[in-house]
Design a protein around this ligand. Structure first.
Ligand SMILES: *[C@@H]1O[C@H](CO)[C@@H](O)[C@H](O)[C@H]1NC(C)=O
Ligand SMILES: *[C@@H]1O[C@H](CO)[C@@H](O)[C@H](O)[C@H]1NC(C)=O
Ligand SMILES: *[C@@H]1O[C@H](CO)[C@@H](O)[C@H](O)[C@H]1NC(C)=O
Ligand SMILES: *[C@@H]1O[C@H](CO)[C@@H](O)[C@H](O)[C@H]1NC(C)=O
Length: 271
Protein backbone atom coordinates (compact mmCIF):
# COMPACT_ATOMS: atom_id res chain seq x y z
CA UNK A 1 0.00 0.00 0.00
CA UNK A 2 2.75 2.41 0.98
CA UNK A 3 4.72 1.41 -2.10
CA UNK A 4 1.68 1.76 -4.36
CA UNK A 5 0.98 5.22 -2.99
CA UNK A 6 4.58 6.14 -3.62
CA UNK A 7 4.40 4.79 -7.19
CA UNK A 8 1.24 6.67 -8.01
CA UNK A 9 2.84 9.82 -6.63
CA UNK A 10 5.79 9.36 -8.95
CA UNK A 11 3.44 8.86 -11.92
CA UNK A 12 1.45 11.87 -10.83
CA UNK A 13 4.51 14.07 -10.56
CA UNK A 14 5.80 12.84 -13.90
CA UNK A 15 2.43 13.70 -15.47
CA UNK A 16 2.40 17.10 -13.86
CA UNK A 17 5.95 17.92 -14.96
CA UNK A 18 6.38 16.41 -18.40
CA UNK A 19 9.36 18.56 -19.26
CA UNK A 20 10.63 20.09 -16.07
CA UNK A 21 10.86 23.85 -16.56
CA UNK A 22 8.90 23.81 -19.79
CA UNK A 23 5.86 22.29 -18.06
CA UNK A 24 4.23 25.70 -17.68
CA UNK A 25 4.52 26.46 -21.36
CA UNK A 26 3.19 23.12 -22.39
CA UNK A 27 0.08 23.66 -20.39
CA UNK A 28 -0.66 26.64 -22.61
CA UNK A 29 -3.02 24.26 -24.38
CA UNK A 30 -4.32 22.27 -21.43
CA UNK A 31 -5.46 18.84 -22.48
CA UNK A 32 -8.75 17.78 -20.94
CA UNK A 33 -7.83 16.25 -17.61
CA UNK A 34 -4.09 16.51 -18.18
CA UNK A 35 -3.56 15.81 -14.50
CA UNK A 36 -5.48 12.52 -14.65
CA UNK A 37 -3.76 9.33 -13.84
CA UNK A 38 -3.89 6.52 -16.34
CA UNK A 39 -4.10 2.93 -15.12
CA UNK A 40 -0.96 0.86 -15.30
CA UNK A 41 -1.49 -2.23 -17.53
CA UNK A 42 -0.72 -4.63 -14.68
CA UNK A 43 -3.38 -3.11 -12.40
CA UNK A 44 -6.58 -3.77 -14.29
CA UNK A 45 -8.40 -3.99 -10.95
CA UNK A 46 -7.58 -0.35 -10.37
CA UNK A 47 -9.11 0.97 -13.59
CA UNK A 48 -10.49 4.24 -12.35
CA UNK A 49 -9.75 7.85 -13.00
CA UNK A 50 -9.36 10.86 -10.73
CA UNK A 51 -10.01 14.32 -12.09
CA UNK A 52 -9.66 17.75 -10.60
CA UNK A 53 -11.63 20.55 -12.12
CA UNK A 54 -10.67 23.14 -13.16
CA UNK A 55 -7.09 21.95 -13.50
CA UNK A 56 -5.82 25.48 -14.13
CA UNK A 57 -6.92 28.80 -12.69
CA UNK A 58 -5.53 32.34 -12.74
CA UNK A 59 -6.98 34.57 -10.03
CA UNK A 60 -6.14 37.87 -8.37
CA UNK A 61 -4.07 37.41 -5.17
CA UNK A 62 -6.25 36.96 -2.11
CA UNK A 63 -9.01 35.08 -3.96
CA UNK A 64 -10.88 32.07 -2.66
CA UNK A 65 -11.46 29.27 -5.12
CA UNK A 66 -13.34 25.97 -5.36
CA UNK A 67 -11.86 22.83 -6.88
CA UNK A 68 -13.89 19.76 -7.62
CA UNK A 69 -12.14 16.42 -7.30
CA UNK A 70 -14.08 13.56 -8.83
CA UNK A 71 -13.49 9.93 -9.59
CA UNK A 72 -14.97 7.10 -11.62
CA UNK A 73 -14.57 4.79 -8.62
CA UNK A 74 -18.03 3.48 -7.68
CA UNK A 75 -17.18 3.24 -3.98
CA UNK A 76 -14.30 5.53 -3.12
CA UNK A 77 -12.71 4.81 0.25
CA UNK A 78 -11.58 8.37 0.67
CA UNK A 79 -10.65 11.67 -0.91
CA UNK A 80 -7.73 13.68 0.32
CA UNK A 81 -6.22 16.95 -0.71
CA UNK A 82 -2.58 17.93 -0.49
CA UNK A 83 -1.87 21.62 -0.72
CA UNK A 84 0.15 24.32 0.96
CA UNK A 85 -2.84 26.64 0.63
CA UNK A 86 -5.32 27.42 3.38
CA UNK A 87 -8.36 25.11 3.35
CA UNK A 88 -11.94 26.33 3.62
CA UNK A 89 -15.20 24.42 3.46
CA UNK A 90 -15.98 21.34 1.42
CA UNK A 91 -19.09 19.80 -0.09
CA UNK A 92 -19.24 16.23 -1.23
CA UNK A 93 -21.27 13.83 -3.32
CA UNK A 94 -20.92 10.06 -3.73
CA UNK A 95 -17.94 10.24 -6.10
CA UNK A 96 -16.71 13.80 -5.74
CA UNK A 97 -15.61 16.37 -3.19
CA UNK A 98 -15.56 20.06 -3.85
CA UNK A 99 -12.88 21.89 -1.83
CA UNK A 100 -12.58 25.55 -1.05
CA UNK A 101 -9.15 27.18 -0.81
CA UNK A 102 -8.84 30.54 0.89
CA UNK A 103 -6.70 33.62 0.33
CA UNK A 104 -4.60 32.27 -2.52
CA UNK A 105 -1.49 34.44 -2.83
CA UNK A 106 1.38 32.30 -4.05
CA UNK A 107 2.00 33.07 -7.71
CA UNK A 108 1.74 29.41 -8.59
CA UNK A 109 0.58 26.50 -6.44
CA UNK A 110 -0.08 22.88 -7.20
CA UNK A 111 -3.00 21.18 -5.51
CA UNK A 112 -3.11 17.38 -5.47
CA UNK A 113 -6.22 15.32 -4.89
CA UNK A 114 -5.94 11.61 -4.05
CA UNK A 115 -8.68 9.02 -4.22
CA UNK A 116 -8.41 5.50 -2.86
CA UNK A 117 -10.44 2.81 -4.61
CA UNK A 118 -10.22 -0.89 -3.77
CA UNK A 119 -6.98 -0.23 -1.93
CA UNK A 120 -5.36 1.64 -4.82
CA UNK A 121 -4.65 5.35 -4.58
CA UNK A 122 -4.55 7.65 -7.57
CA UNK A 123 -4.27 11.38 -7.85
CA UNK A 124 -4.73 14.41 -10.04
CA UNK A 125 -3.13 17.82 -9.93
CA UNK A 126 -4.44 21.33 -10.48
CA UNK A 127 -2.43 24.51 -10.69
CA UNK A 128 -3.57 27.85 -9.35
CA UNK A 129 -1.73 30.95 -10.51
CA UNK A 130 -2.38 34.42 -9.18
CA UNK A 131 -2.01 37.68 -11.06
CA UNK A 132 -2.52 41.37 -10.52
CA UNK A 133 -3.35 43.70 -13.39
CA UNK A 134 -0.98 46.72 -13.33
CA UNK A 135 -2.30 49.58 -11.21
CA UNK A 136 -0.98 51.99 -13.85
CA UNK A 137 1.00 52.09 -17.08
CA UNK A 138 2.61 55.51 -17.58
CA UNK A 139 4.79 56.59 -20.49
CA UNK A 140 6.83 59.70 -19.73
CA UNK A 141 7.06 62.40 -22.41
CA UNK A 142 9.99 61.52 -24.69
CA UNK A 143 13.27 63.29 -24.01
CA UNK A 144 15.69 63.94 -26.86
CA UNK A 145 19.22 62.86 -25.93
CA UNK A 146 21.73 63.12 -28.75
CA UNK A 147 20.03 61.62 -31.77
CA UNK A 148 17.68 59.36 -29.79
CA UNK A 149 14.51 59.89 -27.84
CA UNK A 150 14.50 58.33 -24.39
CA UNK A 151 11.19 56.57 -23.78
CA UNK A 152 10.55 55.60 -20.17
CA UNK A 153 7.56 53.48 -19.21
CA UNK A 154 6.48 52.76 -15.62
CA UNK A 155 4.29 49.74 -14.90
CA UNK A 156 3.20 49.77 -11.26
CA UNK A 157 1.91 47.11 -8.88
CA UNK A 158 1.94 44.19 -11.26
CA UNK A 159 2.24 40.47 -10.55
CA UNK A 160 3.79 38.07 -11.54
CA UNK A 161 6.51 39.97 -13.35
CA UNK A 162 7.91 36.79 -14.92
CA UNK A 163 4.79 36.61 -17.14
CA UNK A 164 4.92 40.25 -18.17
CA UNK A 165 5.82 41.58 -21.60
CA UNK A 166 6.26 45.35 -21.93
CA UNK A 167 6.24 46.82 -25.42
CA UNK A 168 6.44 50.27 -26.99
CA UNK A 169 4.38 50.96 -30.08
CA UNK A 170 4.47 53.86 -32.47
CA UNK A 171 1.24 53.99 -34.46
CA UNK A 172 0.60 50.28 -34.99
CA UNK A 173 4.28 49.32 -35.11
CA UNK A 174 6.11 47.60 -32.25
CA UNK A 175 9.31 49.57 -31.75
CA UNK A 176 10.54 47.62 -28.74
CA UNK A 177 9.38 44.67 -26.69
CA UNK A 178 10.81 43.04 -23.61
CA UNK A 179 9.79 39.87 -21.79
CA UNK A 180 10.58 39.87 -18.08
CA UNK A 181 10.77 36.09 -17.61
CA UNK A 182 13.94 36.32 -15.57
CA UNK A 183 12.25 38.25 -12.74
CA UNK A 184 10.84 35.56 -10.49
CA UNK A 185 10.12 37.71 -7.43
CA UNK A 186 7.17 36.62 -5.25
CA UNK A 187 5.72 40.11 -4.73
CA UNK A 188 3.90 42.88 -6.53
CA UNK A 189 6.48 44.96 -8.35
CA UNK A 190 7.04 48.21 -10.19
CA UNK A 191 8.77 47.89 -13.53
CA UNK A 192 10.45 50.71 -15.42
CA UNK A 193 11.45 50.15 -19.02
CA UNK A 194 13.81 52.65 -20.67
CA UNK A 195 14.48 52.57 -24.37
CA UNK A 196 16.63 54.76 -26.58
CA UNK A 197 14.48 55.31 -29.63
CA UNK A 198 16.25 56.40 -32.83
CA UNK A 199 13.09 58.06 -34.20
CA UNK A 200 12.86 58.59 -37.94
CA UNK A 201 10.66 61.11 -39.77
CA UNK A 202 7.86 58.50 -40.13
CA UNK A 203 7.66 58.37 -36.31
CA UNK A 204 7.01 62.07 -35.85
CA UNK A 205 3.44 62.95 -34.88
CA UNK A 206 2.69 59.27 -34.32
CA UNK A 207 1.18 58.42 -30.95
CA UNK A 208 3.54 56.19 -28.94
CA UNK A 209 2.09 53.97 -26.25
CA UNK A 210 3.47 51.57 -23.72
CA UNK A 211 1.67 48.21 -23.48
CA UNK A 212 1.89 45.83 -20.52
CA UNK A 213 0.69 42.32 -21.17
CA UNK A 214 0.44 39.46 -18.69
CA UNK A 215 0.05 36.03 -20.30
CA UNK A 216 -0.93 33.29 -17.90
CA UNK A 217 -1.60 30.08 -19.77
CA UNK A 218 -4.37 31.26 -22.03
CA UNK A 219 -5.50 34.17 -19.88
CA UNK A 220 -4.21 37.45 -21.31
CA UNK A 221 -4.45 40.67 -19.30
CA UNK A 222 -3.48 43.82 -21.22
CA UNK A 223 -3.12 47.43 -20.14
CA UNK A 224 -1.71 50.40 -22.01
CA UNK A 225 -0.55 53.91 -21.31
CA UNK A 226 -1.99 57.15 -22.61
CA UNK A 227 -0.32 58.13 -25.90
CA UNK A 228 2.61 60.53 -26.10
CA UNK A 229 3.83 62.21 -29.28
CA UNK A 230 7.40 62.22 -30.53
CA UNK A 231 7.63 65.98 -30.87
CA UNK A 232 9.10 66.85 -34.24
CA UNK A 233 9.91 70.43 -33.12
CA UNK A 234 12.46 69.23 -30.56
CA UNK A 235 14.32 66.90 -32.85
CA UNK A 236 17.79 67.75 -34.14
CA UNK A 237 16.57 66.78 -37.61
CA UNK A 238 13.66 69.17 -37.35
CA UNK A 239 15.68 72.26 -36.34
CA UNK A 240 17.15 73.04 -39.79
CA UNK A 241 13.75 72.16 -41.31
CA UNK A 242 11.93 74.44 -38.90
CA UNK A 243 14.26 77.36 -39.58
CA UNK A 244 13.94 76.68 -43.31
CA UNK A 245 10.19 76.96 -43.07
CA UNK A 246 10.45 80.16 -41.02
CA UNK A 247 12.82 81.56 -43.66
CA UNK A 248 10.35 80.53 -46.37
CA UNK A 249 7.52 82.21 -44.50
CA UNK A 250 9.54 85.42 -44.16
CA UNK A 251 10.44 85.28 -47.85
CA UNK A 252 6.76 84.89 -48.79
CA UNK A 253 5.80 87.87 -46.61
CA UNK A 254 8.57 89.92 -48.14
CA UNK A 255 7.56 88.96 -51.69
CA UNK A 256 3.91 89.75 -51.00
CA UNK A 257 4.92 92.99 -49.33
CA UNK A 258 7.09 94.00 -52.27
CA UNK A 259 4.27 93.18 -54.69
CA UNK A 260 1.86 95.41 -52.73
CA UNK A 261 4.46 98.12 -52.51
CA UNK A 262 5.06 98.05 -56.29
CA UNK A 263 1.30 98.07 -56.95
CA UNK A 264 0.93 100.97 -54.51
CA UNK A 265 3.79 102.90 -56.06
CA UNK A 266 2.38 102.24 -59.53
CA UNK A 267 -1.06 103.54 -58.47
CA UNK A 268 0.61 106.54 -56.87
CA UNK A 269 2.54 107.40 -60.05
CA UNK A 270 -0.61 106.96 -62.21
CA UNK A 271 -2.65 109.22 -60.00
C1 LIG B 1 -18.27 17.98 -8.96
O1 LIG B 1 -18.06 17.15 -10.11
C2 LIG B 1 -19.01 16.10 -10.24
C3 LIG B 1 -18.57 15.22 -11.39
O2 LIG B 1 -18.30 15.97 -12.53
C4 LIG B 1 -20.41 16.69 -10.43
O3 LIG B 1 -21.36 15.67 -10.55
C5 LIG B 1 -20.73 17.59 -9.24
O4 LIG B 1 -21.96 18.22 -9.42
C6 LIG B 1 -19.65 18.63 -9.05
N1 LIG B 1 -19.90 19.35 -7.80
C7 LIG B 1 -19.90 20.68 -7.72
C8 LIG B 1 -20.15 21.30 -6.38
O5 LIG B 1 -19.70 21.39 -8.68
C1 LIG C 1 -14.45 18.39 4.82
O1 LIG C 1 -14.50 19.33 5.90
C2 LIG C 1 -14.62 18.72 7.16
C3 LIG C 1 -14.83 19.81 8.20
O2 LIG C 1 -13.97 20.89 7.95
C4 LIG C 1 -13.38 17.86 7.45
O3 LIG C 1 -13.49 17.23 8.70
C5 LIG C 1 -13.25 16.80 6.34
O4 LIG C 1 -12.07 16.06 6.52
C6 LIG C 1 -13.26 17.44 4.98
N1 LIG C 1 -13.34 16.40 3.97
C7 LIG C 1 -12.34 16.14 3.15
C8 LIG C 1 -12.58 15.03 2.18
O5 LIG C 1 -11.28 16.72 3.19
C1 LIG D 1 5.58 51.38 -6.84
O1 LIG D 1 5.09 52.61 -7.30
C2 LIG D 1 4.09 53.18 -6.49
C3 LIG D 1 3.53 54.39 -7.21
O2 LIG D 1 4.47 55.05 -7.97
C4 LIG D 1 4.69 53.51 -5.13
O3 LIG D 1 3.69 54.08 -4.31
C5 LIG D 1 5.20 52.22 -4.51
O4 LIG D 1 5.84 52.49 -3.30
C6 LIG D 1 6.18 51.51 -5.43
N1 LIG D 1 6.45 50.20 -4.90
C7 LIG D 1 7.67 49.67 -4.93
C8 LIG D 1 7.78 48.30 -4.39
O5 LIG D 1 8.63 50.26 -5.39
C1 LIG E 1 20.30 55.19 -30.16
O1 LIG E 1 19.51 54.03 -30.02
C2 LIG E 1 20.00 52.89 -30.72
C3 LIG E 1 18.95 51.80 -30.58
O2 LIG E 1 18.39 51.74 -29.30
C4 LIG E 1 21.35 52.53 -30.14
O3 LIG E 1 21.87 51.41 -30.85
C5 LIG E 1 22.30 53.70 -30.24
O4 LIG E 1 23.52 53.40 -29.61
C6 LIG E 1 21.69 54.94 -29.59
N1 LIG E 1 22.55 56.08 -29.84
C7 LIG E 1 22.86 56.97 -28.87
C8 LIG E 1 23.72 58.10 -29.29
O5 LIG E 1 22.47 56.83 -27.71
Amino acid sequence: MGLLLHLSLVVLLAAAYPGGRSALRRRAAPAQGSGDSSPAPSETKALFWVRISPNFMAEPPGSSVWLNCSSSCPLPEGFSLRTGLQRGQNISGPSWVSFQLLDVRAWSSNVHCFVTCAGVTRGATARINTYKRPHSVILEPPVLEGSNYTLRCHVTHVFPVAFLVVSLRSGGRVIYSESLERFKGPNLANVTLTYEFPARPRDFWQPVRCHARLSLDGLVVSSRSAPVMIDFAWSSVSKPLASTSIAALVVIFLVVGAAYLRKYLLMQSQA
